[in-house]
Design a binder for this molecule. Sequence first.
Ligand code: F6R
Length: 589
Amino acid sequence: MCSIIGYKGQLIVAPVLVDSLKRMEYRGYDSVGIATINNGKILLKKGVGKVVDVNKNLDLSSMDGHIGIGHTRWATHGGVTEKNAHPHYGCTDSIAIVHNGIIENHSELMEELIELGHVFKSDTDSEVIAHLLERYYAEHKNIKSSMIETCRRLKGYYAFVAAFEDGTICGSRYNEPLVIGLADTGYFISSDILGFIGYTDKAIFLDNRDIVVLDSKTLQIYDQDGKTVKRTLTQVAWELAAIDKGKYAHHTLKEIHEQPSVVEKIGIQNLDKIEEFCSILKNSKAVFLTGSGTSYHCALIAKHILSNFAKIHAETVVSSEFQYTLDGIDNSSVLLALSQSGETADVLQAVKAAKNVGAKILSIVNIPTSSLAKISDSFLTIECGPEIGVAATKSFTAQLSLIYMIVDTLCNGYLGFKVNKQFLVGALREALDYEIEIRGIAEKLRDARDIYVLGRSIHYPIALEGALKIKELSYIHAEGIAAGELKHGPLALIDRNSYVIIINPNDSTSDNNIASAHEVKARGATIIGISNTPNEVYDIFIKIPFIQCNAIYPIIEVLPLQILAYYLSLVKNIDPDYPRNLAKSVTVK
Ligand code: F6R
């Protein structure tokens, strides 16, 4: 969602803020703004667009001072306009704030403040925070008290950082992340460790409703009643700083190419934890799996292999629906939640609902310091490094590989993942060699209106995932369909303009897939086969390597779909790292 950053220290603040915002831009990229404090005055600049563009137009990095706050936005309340970009002042320019989250009672608070004479300038829910601070600061003449009073009034979920003209920076959070970075050159308050990881690896993760005040002398953390609290200092991984694109044109392409090495490393450091997961899964009466978007597609494959190889029946529920389907989950159940970010609001809500009925929580995350990891009874990390491209790629193959490790352990190797892992890594490298051919196919599909992706059994979730990648990266309408369902309705959509991708490695689903391919071909569609074996029914053939163990094909066959989606974005002049209307970490419900 939005990213927020505050800095106070020895460095000239504006370039530091711009650098931090660039690193966190994957969270939201509609508009950008920074405010700096110099000689008791707050100076603010903001604009619509990505950090580099706004910086080019407004020269944000030329602002003076050593104290400041900054923001990149993913619009929730109010359109994508300059006036709605953060930071927001109150009535005067003595206080400015940046906010991530949603203030649910903003209308009620606004009415109250308007009665008191406050004038609002934006259409956002966030601006109310600046006015509340202004109101309580006028009453108490004390920053800490005005923070406490303001936070007491806010309903919803938030992380915000406020700058006062005297040079004090404050922040608070409730169900949105806020982390302090302690560098030799100063203090950071950020929504994400990427906001400061280039400067320090020492972090303090604030608890819900903590209030941090950074005045001229000290950094203090208070609870909601104003009592000083101590929070643990955590050393975060420096590797997270590695977020440059290297030789690649985009993060998305780099992350696609990182997959063989990500899979190679998977689970190695986690063997004891994997055993612990296995024992919890084996000993619980009911297993539920949840996640959103791509992580949910991983959960669908997990259900298949848990059932087929470990003989453990599991229910999958997409996280946004979880709260409506709580029947059957109780204190003898386990919920396994999958989330790259570990901050997805829908996933956290599902986990809280399951926790409330006493279920045990297991999770698989990329970020060990994430909210999901913290509220889980046990968690495993996929350790694929930061994923910056908004479309999940390497985190998906990493999640899948870890799930395969777990299931292979549960069934004592019967699945064959561990013994075939090195072949898999080789096959992934081989699959990447088809990049040039797939780029050519993307050229042919440039004007496609509809792309259907078909798969059966364990390949159906990959059909869903492939379609999701195509829609989010190319804005072409794409649908994943269980191939057997074609004749029950979707066939009516097929005509000469349709493109149909069939995921068809040579396994037990193959003959039926070929039959489905003929059915759609007879209606004029162009057929793209993803398979290890050519077939005359395919108009276009994307080859994937042979592998002995059929069950692990999903990890391979998703690669050509990711590459196709990536090149479709390029032929359509879309920035694949920042597709419109999306954000990497969806922390709103
Ligand atoms: C799709 C995509 C999203 C995420 C979803 C869940 O490419 O990235 O669908 O998979 O928002 O995110 P996490 O895994 O962080 O919970």
